[in-house]
Design a protein around this ligand. Structure first.
Ligand SMILES: [Zn+2]
Length: 333
């Protein structure tokens, strides 16, 4: 009976993937209008102008279609961190200030992710300093990236390993607006934290009710009172990877000091399933709920590997890893 169920599910997965296969063919034959993107200006400079306006993670607007700096940049993110190639770093630990402050924040389903904002208005705005950052960076917002199955979802990978979820805590250099920061080489500092399936529900527990409230449609919002962002941080904050990179979404500006925490946080199966059911924007999303649920049911690596997670199936929001192009990744710890 068990094998019978697997065969039935495999049939549906095959059907679903062949639908996307035909969509791919339709694209290549020009049935869909592909956006024309000019990634260099008249001086040959790599520029963010003319980047696809309606970008997303689907076949017709996914990472392969992103233009501008996303296409011609040489310091793009995310990357695969190869532990044996990292250089030892020796900076002080990062100082997390006001991370225990209670802030009233808002969560928004913006169609690409769930983003948590409102820290700019918090009386004791959380900020980071030291840790080789060279300046104070104020917490502006945070959001998540995930995939169709437990086997993918993170943007950064570690020796090729993908995690189920990745948190980005977005900090702006003190005194700058976001608009100013995305035009300065060190304008932003993002702390990335990997989440892996485990039994500890605590790190994500406060966020889940609000996430559920915004999960059925784009532009939904909900509020969380007295939120302490420290609960999202791993216990060991002293071991981290550091490199210079970019925003992982258009316009992919190369202005980010990346800190990827080594210690992985825990998220439970049921929390992860709630996140995967979030209705993101995009024309194909009506198929997504059923498809994600089917993939969630099948935990058969051989079957899942037969589907390329990066071909633009709606419902995932992670960019594939980008070339390192000679950049150094430091490990501090
Ligand atoms: Zn992000």
């Amino acid at each position: 009976m068990r094998y019978f169920k697997i065969i039935i599910l495999a049939f549906f997965v095959e059907r679903a993937s062949s639908l996307w296969f035909f969509e791919n063919i339709a694209n290549s034959l020009g049935f869909r209008q592909k956006p024309q993107i000019e990634e260099k200006d008249e001086n040959g400079t790599c520029t963010s102008e003319d980047t696809l306006e309606e970008w997303g993670y689907e076949l017709n607007n996914g990472p392969d279609h992103w233009g501008g700096i996303c296409k011609c940049g040489k310091k793009q993110s995310p990357i695969n961190i190869v532990t044996t190639l990292t250089q030892p770093g020796n900076v002080d630990p990062i100082t997390f200030s006001n991370y225990d402050a209670q802030c009233n924040i808002t969560v928004l389903n913006n169609g690409d992710t769930v983003t948590f904002v409102g820290f700019d208005d918090c009386p004791n705005q959380p900020y980071i300093s030291n840790g080789g950052l060279g300046s104070r960076y104020d917490l502006h917002a945070f959001h998540f990236h995930w995939g169709h199955t437990d086997l993918d979802g993170s943007e950064h990978t570690l020796d090729g390993r993908k995690y189920s979820l990745e948190l980005h805590l977005l900090h702006i250099k003190h005194g700058l607006t976001f608009e100013e920061a995305i035009h300065q080489p060190d304008g932003l500092a993002v702390i990335a934290i990997w989440f892996s399936l485990w039994f500890d529900s605590a790190p994500m527990s406060t966020l889940m009710p609000a996430i559920e409230l915004v999960s059925t449609a784009e532009n939904q919002t909900a509020t969380i009172s007295n939120f302490q962002v420290s609960q999202l941080l791993p216990q060991d904050r002293n071991q981290f990877y550091r490199y210079e990179g970019s925003l992982t979404t258009p316009t992919c500006n190369e202005v980010v000091i990346w800190t990827v925490m080594k210690q992985v946080q825990s998220i439970t199966f049921s929390q992860m399933n709630i996140i995967r059911r979030i209705h993101l924007g995009g024309e194909n999303n009506e198929n997504r709920g059923l498809f994600s649920r089917m993939l969630g049911l099948i935990r058969q690596p051989a079957l899942i590997r037969s589907i390329n997670p990066d071909i633009g199936i709606p419902g995932a929001n992670h960019r594939p890893v980008q070339p390192l192009n000679g950049r150094t990744v430091f490990f501090h710890g």
